[in-house]
Design a protein around this ligand. Structure first.
Ligand SMILES: Nc1ncnc2c1ncn2[C@@H]1O[C@H](COP(=O)(O)OP(=O)(O)OP(=O)(O)O)[C@@H](O)[C@H]1O
Length: 461
């Protein structure tokens, strides 16, 4: 049997030992550098990685987080010193980033079995690059249990022809889901036509959906193909279907039942071969109960039901989404933005995101374009109020914030004179410079001499 590749990320004394164990068991271990040097198509053959935590401190977890976020297609198995397990950051890291973990010393047969399972899972069509679960598939990002369930539902829905109803809050990706179903379905080579029913003026809806012949009404100077006809052979996505006027609901129901349409001004029937996917951000059951939506149309389109989860219910996806969109917008950065400060990541993970992914995209984009910090701060994201108001800072974050505030006040009192501020703080000038570098690396410069970030010396909190 051919050897399977596995990335090994461990400090030198353990790396050799780990590579030996893996090679003996029939794997082809690759140090991280060897993996990175592989040609692109060879890299896609690598599905699993092993990471051996050393100090398990913040710096190490930050570096591993970064590595794993940049390789979401890899399933990782972690080897962890038992003493590190009570550390909440380590716990979060293991839960969100790793397929599984083992404590040290290694129980070799058990560990190798886990690695085999991780590889099996990564290769599954549902879990590997070929399936909809892969990062970037159909533009969808997220590995939370809620998103995995959604991917599974998308795959099932794409295999059949039945109408689909997608519900979910605004900005949760309903259109993206509709596109994914289309792209994975046998109709993928046909058109995908999206219609926002809420955005169409009531007097134009019929002409937009069904098209019209020349002279059908005043202003109809030429024949126009409607959106339903344009979607022939493909999929039509009727977004905010709850906003369709009642009389249009009747017409649409007939189209779905008879699979024929007539353009306005014509009585020639045109056979339709279109799959319908509808979406609504309001619960249609209530609209039916209130007689704003026809029950017969509701049952017609509500055959397969999917729900896009709110972002606040999948906290573990927030960082992934934020990093992916940061990467996308980096070319728009004038400064040297490189990532998010840890405080920004904590704040984002705890924020409720009422506008869901759309809001996250907008905040990240605005921060990338406007910030001059290397690491984006909660303030850059417009989330600075969250830092103090919700009491979820870790002790370490609270300490570093207090340190930062004290330094900033001292500088302000001394008109940014570092020597005078240092004297007042009871530390040496060199120590103050060192602290200034550290806080500016954490995403908030407190002194104009430190170009990484905007000086906060003159800002009111
Ligand atoms: N899981 C995801 N991964 C990556 N991007 C996403 C994801 N979900 C949503 N987005 C992005 O968020 C934005 C909003 O998504 P979309 O328009 O599909 O939401 P929606 O639920 O249809 O919103 P609305 O109800 O307001 O029409 C889009 O730019 C989309 O690409």
């Amino acid at each position: 049997m051919s050897r399977r590749d596995v990335i090994v990320h461990a400090a030198a004394p353990w790396r050799t030992q780990l590579m030996g164990v893996l090679a003996e068991a029939g794997w082809r271990p690759l140090a991280l550098g060897e993996f990175t040097d592989l040609p692109g198509e060879r890299r896609q053959d690598v599905h699993v990685g092993v990471v051996r935590l050393g100090r398990a401190d913040d710096a190490e977890i930050d570096a591993l987080d970064e590595l794993m976020a940049s390789r979401p297609e890899i399933e990782w198995v972690a080897l962890v010193p038992t003493a590190a397990l009570p550390n909440p950051r380590v716990g979060r890291f293991l839960r969100h980033r790793c397929f599984d973990f083992h404590t040290l010393p290694i129980d070799t047969p058990h560990f190798l079995a886990t690695l085999g399972h991780a590889e099996g899972k990564a290769r599954l069509p549902s879990g590997g690059a070929a399936g909809c679960e892969a990062e970037g598939c159909c533009g969808m990002i997220g590995h939370s249990p809620a998103m995995r369930d959604l991917y599974a539902a998308i795959r099932k829905a794409s295999a059949v022809e039945a109408p689909v109803m997608i519900s979910g809050e605004s900005g949760t990706g309903k259109e993206l889901v509709a596109r994914a179903i289309h792209q994975l379905s046998p109709r993928r080579d046909g058109p995908f036509i999206a219609v926002n029913c809420a955005a169409l003026p009531a007097n134009l809806i019929q002409a937009e959906l069904f098209g019209h012949e020349k002279g059908a009404f005043t202003g109809a100077y030429q024949r126009k193909i409607g959106r339903l006809e344009a979607a022939a052979g493909g999929t039509i996505f009727l977004d905010e279907i709850g906003d369709l006027p009642l009389e249009m609901q009747v017409t649409l129901l007939h189209v779905l039942q008879d699979k024929v349409i007539e353009r306005l001004g014509s009585n020639r029937e045109i056979r339709l071969d279109v799959r319908v996917i509808a979406a609504s951000h309001v619960e249609l059951e209530q609209a039916v109960a209130d007689a704003h939506f026809r029950a017969d149309l509701y049952y017609r389109i509500n055959v397969i039901r999917l729900r896009t989860p709110a972002l606040r219910d999948r906290e573990e996806d927030v960082e992934r989404l934020a990093r992916a969109y940061l990467e996308r917008f980096l070319p728009e950065s004038r400064g040297g933005v490189r990532g998010f400060s840890r405080q920004a990541l904590t704040v984002m993970a705890n924020y409720e995101w009422p506008g869901n992914v759309r809001e996250l995209i907008n905040r990240v984009r605005q921060a990338v374009v406007l910030s001059e910090n290397r690491l984006l701060t909660p303030r850059d994201l417009g989330l600075e109020k969250r830092v103090s108001s919700e009491g979820f800072m870790t002790l370490e974050e609270a300490r570093s914030r207090a340190e930062h505030d004290t330094i900033r006040r001292a500088l302000r009192r001394n008109q940014n004179n570092v020597a005078a501020a240092a004297r007042q703080l009871g530390i040496s000038r060199a120590t103050l410079y060192r602290l200034l570098v550290r806080v500016s690396h954490a995403g908030a410069a407190v002194h104009p001499e430190f170009p990484h970030a905007v000086s906060m010396a003159g800002r009111a909190d």
